[in-house]
Design a protein around this ligand. Structure first.
Ligand code: NAP
Length: 217
């Protein structure tokens, strides 16, 4: 399998690249900062410089041609304002999905966030509201597409603890909690392997081994 990961230097993306390369699959990571290329190679991924807030549809399409699957793992990140929640968490996802359709790459896994698509509670911090709105709109964009085999993964609060290999993975709601980035990467790989599509899934650490959790979908 040849997987293109957008936001290739992200913490989940690098973990996914390591998993894929360790088992003999190929990963290409789209990065905006060329200085990150060495970290990708160290993780076993091929870097491709592509700033998804500046790239054209033709450029992104060219990078996806020949891939077997696409993963959107980018995000404006902590410290960014409301404007970049829209340009990265929403618009970059839409651009990547447009490019995947044009390149004829159907499997598309999106890293979203728990709570996406729900109206922010009154009094919510403006940046958080913009983030949840952007994630929700990116999800809506994917769900409206017939040209992709999309799957949307909504992790709970991410931690850097070592992976447990055990999760709770199901259609929302499943409650609130934490999930390790290691386990998010493992679930993404398993969802791609199993060709799960048309599902919006919440993810927390739990009791079910990842292969069983994905098989039970
Ligand atoms: N933190 C949480 O608790 C939590 C919970 C649920 C879901 N999530 C979501 O999970 C996803 C992945 O999390 P993570 O911890 O792996 O995130 P991360 O480490 O912040 O990685 C996000 C990556 O996106 C890249 N990026 C930003 N703007 C870009 C652009 N214009 N073009 C290309 N790449 C760009 C960043 O690149 P640079 O390194 O160049 O900035 C970064 O490498 C994010 O979407 C996040 O919102 C987070």
């Amino acid at each position: 399998m040849n997987v293109v990961i957008a936001g290739g230097h992200g913490q989940i993306a690098l973990r996914l690249a390591r998993l894929l390369s360790a088992r003999g699959d190929a990963a290409t990571g789209l990065i905006r900062n060329p200085d990150h290329a060495a970290d990708l190679r160290e993780a076993g991924a091929e870097p491709a410089v592509c700033d998804l807030e500046r790239a054209t549809l033709d450029e992104v399409t060219g990078l996806l041609r020949g891939a077997d699957a696409v993963v959107f793992a980018a995000g404006a990140g902590p410290g960014s304002g409301a404007a970049r929640k829209d340009t990265v968490d929403r618009a970059a996802s839409v651009l990547l999905a447009d490019a995947a359709e044009r390149a004829g790459v159907r499997p598309f896994a999106q890293v979203s966030a728990m709570g996406a698509g729900q109206p922010p509670r009154a009094g919510t911090d403006e940046v958080w509201a913009a983030y949840i709105r952007a994630k929700g709109e990116a999800e809506d964009d994917l769900r409206a597409r017939d040209g992709l085999d999309w799957v949307i993964l909504r992790p709970g609060r991410l931690t850097d603890d070592p992976g447990t290999g055990r999760v709770t993975l199901a259609e929302p709601p499943i409650g609130r909690g934490e999930i390790t980035r290691d386990d998010v990467a493992a679930v993404l790989a398993a969802l791609l392997d199993a060709r799960v599509s048309g599902r919006t899934l919440d993810l927390l650490n739990g009791d079910t081994p990842v292969p069983e959790a994905v098989a039970s979908l």
